[in-house]
Design a protein around this ligand. Structure first.
Ligand SMILES: [Zn+2]
Length: 252
């Protein structure tokens, strides 16, 4: 078998982009280095949502181009360590994800936890901080925007929303973006399928709120973006809505 070269922990695209948006994709990849042997999971499990957010990386790249926005993508599976969790919480390296036990995450030593954080977590956080530091020093208007996807069915319950905009302190901006995304037949709502929490989120509380920046996430239902056509359609829908919401905010 051909040896694979492991990707960088964080990939930065268009760091000097002029858009007000800084795009983040913490769950872009399901890549797990060979030495982890898939954390003991079957290949089919690693294609599932527990390993990554299906469909989001291509949308984030399309948006980066369309908006001229910086974008940071994580290079590794959230199952190794989740870049959108505080580093110390139990769910950062989940022993169980949804109802799947992760054998390779069971009974880890403190050293292994530290190693994973150093290899796969902090490089992403630093890459984001570098961009935000530079923009804040230059007094550039900045909005943090995370791109995510969610499963159509969770614990047996169907989720009716096509997408949710998640926010906490950025109330005005979050609501403006929800409004900009309304169209007939499309179900886009605020703060579903989950709420931003300090112990369950990193991007909004740390990269956004702690810096005094507006920060929101979008969660798009996976069945809509599991194929390229859907990804293109969502990027085309999101780019003008994001632009409109940013323009309105600049005037406010
Ligand atoms: Zn996600």
């Amino acid at each position: 078998m051909r040896a694979k070269i492991d990707p960088p922990a964080a990939e930065t695209v268009n760091p000097d982009g002029k858009s007000p948006y800084v795009l983040l994709c913490e769950h872009a990849s399901n890549y797990i280095p060979a030495r982890y042997r898939g954390l003991g999971l079957d290949k089919s499990e690693l294609e599932r949502h527990i390993a990554w957010d299906i469909g989001v990386a291509p949308i984030a790249r399309d948006l980066s181009k369309a908006l001229d926005a910086p974008l940071v993508l994580s290079g590794y599976s959230r199952l190794l360590i989740d870049c959108n969790r505080p580093v110390g919480v139990a769910t950062a390296i989940p022993e169980i994800s949804e109802s799947t036990r992760i054998p390779g995450n069971t009974g880890l030593s403190a050293e292994e936890r530290q190693l994973r954080a150093d290899a796969f977590y902090w490089p992403f956080q630093r890459a984001v901080a570098r961009i935000l530091d530079r923009r804040q020093a230059a007094k550039m208007q900045t909005i943090v925007f995370g791109v995510h996807s969610f499963t159509p069915v969770f614990k047996g319950v169907e989720r009716p929303w096509h997408a949710g905009i998640l926010f906490r302190k950025a109330q005005a901006f979050g609501q403006a973006l929800v409004a900009a995304l309304q169209e007939p037949g499309l179900n886009v709502v605020a703060n579903e399928p989950y709420r931003i929490e300090d112990d369950g989120d990193q991007t909004v509380p740390v990269h956004g709120e702690a810096r005094g920046l507006d920060a929101v996430l979008i969660e798009i239902r996976q069945d809509l973006i599991g194929h390229r056509d859907g990804q293109i359609a969502w990027a085309k829908r999101l780019a003008p809505a994001l632009q409109a919401a940013a323009d309105a905010r600049a005037k406010a």
